[in-house]
Design a protein around this ligand. Structure first.
Ligand code: PSU
Ligand code: MN
Length: 322
C-alpha cells in the first residue's frame, strides 16, 4: 500500500485573478505594491464613513510612493485592486459576504461577491505576487475556545502564505495569550515594530512580549529576503502598535470590553458574526473612542506597509558577514 505524499502546492493560475491596471503595471515593473483588506471596510467599520476610510487608506499608500491593491471578490472574480465603483460596492452593499480562504473557490464557482478576510486577502495577494499586506487586526483564537473551537483561519493560512502582514496585533476581544501560542505553533514569524511588546490593537501594548524587534522598514524587507533564501513559505507578522497618544484609554477599554463580551454571550452570537458584533458593541460602549483608536492603528499599519514595500523594491543592500 502506498501512502499519499504531502499535498502539492500549485501556483495560482494568474488568469483567474483580475489585477487592476495600475497594480499589474506596478508588479510587472517591480514597483512597490501594498495589499489592503476589504473585510475591515465592509464588516469592520461603520457605514457610511467606511468608504471614505477605504479611499483614504489607498491614498496613504500612494503618498508613501507605493501602489494600493484593495482585494475583494466581485461577481466571482478575485480582484487585486478595485476600481472606484467596485470599492463603493464593497463599502455600501449590506448583503456582501465575508470570505475566508476556504470560501474563495465556492465564490468563484458560484459567481458570488464578498469582502475578503485576512486569510483570503493574504492568499490572493501572495498568489498575485504582492509581498506586503496591511490590515487592522488579525483574527485569532477566541475566548472560550476550549468550548467553541473558534480560531480564525487567519492563523493557519498565514503559516503557509509568504507575505508580510502589518497589523496592530489582535483585538482584545480575542484570547491574546492563546493566539500568540498558536502563531508559534504555526511557525509564523512575529516581529515588533520598534517595540518589544506585542501591541493590543486599541492599546499600545497587550502586556505580552515578542521575541524580535525591528527598527526600520528595510529590516522587515531583509527578513522577507531571508525567508525567500530559506524557502520558508510562512508569513512575517509585523506587529505595529498605535502610539500611546492615539490609544484607547485602558480603563475605558477594559470596561467596554467586559460589556461587549457579556452582551455577545447573552445574545448567543457565534461563528463569523462574532467579530463584527463585538466591534460594533465596543464602538457603542466607548462612545466612538474605540473607532478612533482603530482608525489610528489601521492608518499607521498602511503607512508602514507602504514603507516596507518601498524598501523591498529597492535593490538588495550588500550583505555583510561570511
Ligand atoms: N479583527 C479586527 N477587525 C476585523 C477583523 C478582525 O479587528 O475586521 C476581520 C478580518 O477580516 C479578519 C477576520 O481576517 O475579521 C477574522 O474573522 P474570523 O474570526 O471569522 O476568522
Ligand atoms: Mn471564527
Amino acid at each position: 500500500m502506498t501512502t499519499p505524499g504531502p499535498p502539492v502546492r500549485r501556483p495560482a493560475s494568474p488568469g483567474r485573478l483580475r489585477l487592476a491596471p495600475e497594480v499589474g503595471e506596478a508588479l510587472a515593473a517591480g514597483r512597490p505594491v501594498v495589499a489592503l483588506e476589504s473585510t475591515i471596510i465592509a464588516h469592520g467599520l461603520p457605514r457610511p464613513g467606511n468608504l471614505e476610510v477605504a479611499l483614504e487608506l489607498e491614498d496613504i499608500v500612494r503618498r508613501q510612493g507605493a501602489c494600493p491593491a484593495t482585494i475583494a471578490v466581485v461577481d466571482g472574480v478575485p480582484c487585486i485592486g478595485l476600481a472606484a465603483d467596485q470599492l463603493r460596492r464593497v463599502a455600501g452593499d449590506v448583503s456582501l459576504r465575508k470570505l475566508g480562504r476556504r470560501d474563495l473557490a465556492a465564490a468563484m464557482a458560484l459567481g458570488a461577491s464578498g469582502a475578503t478576510t485576512v486569510s483570503a486577502t493574504a492568499w490572493l495577494a501572495a498568489a498575485a505576487g504582492v509581498r506586503v499586506f496591511s490590515t487592522g487586526g488579525l483574527g485569532g483564537v477566541h475566548r472560550g475556545f476550549a468550548e467553541s473551537f473558534d480560531e480564525s483561519a487567519d492563523l493557519s493560512v498565514l503559516s503557509s502564505t509568504p507575505i508580510a502582514v502589518v497589523s496592530a496585533g489582535v483585538k482584545s476581544i480575542l484570547d491574546v495569550t492563546a493566539t500568540l501560542e498558536r502563531l508559534e505553533t504555526l511557525s509564523v514569524t512575529v516581529v515588533g515594530y520598534r517595540t518589544s511588546m506585542f501591541p493590543g490593537f486599541y492599546l499600545h501594548s497587550s502586556g505580552h512580549r515578542v521575541d524580535w524587534t525591528v527598527a526600520s522598514p528595510s529590516e522587515v524587507a531583509t527578513i522577507l529576503r531571508s525567508q525567500d533564501a530559506l524557502g520558508v513559505c510562512s508569513a512575517v507578522l509585523v506587529a505595529n502598535p498605535v502610539t500611546e497618544a492615539d490609544q484607547l484609554d485602558p480603563e475605558l477599554h477594559d470596561r467596554a470590553l467586559a460589556q461587549a463580551l457579556a452582551a455577545a454571550g447573552e445574545e448567543g452570537i457565534s461563528g463569523q458574526r462574532l467579530t463584527p458584533y463585538l466591534l460594533t458593541a465596543l464602538v457603542e460602549a466607548t462612545g466612538g473612542a474605540s473607532l478612533a483608536a482603530n482608525l489610528a492603528a489601521v492608518r499607521g499599519n498602511v503607512r508602514l506597509g507602504a514603507d516596507i514595500a518601498v524598501a523591498l523594491a529597492r535593490p538588495e543592500p550588500p550583505r555583510s558577514g561570511p
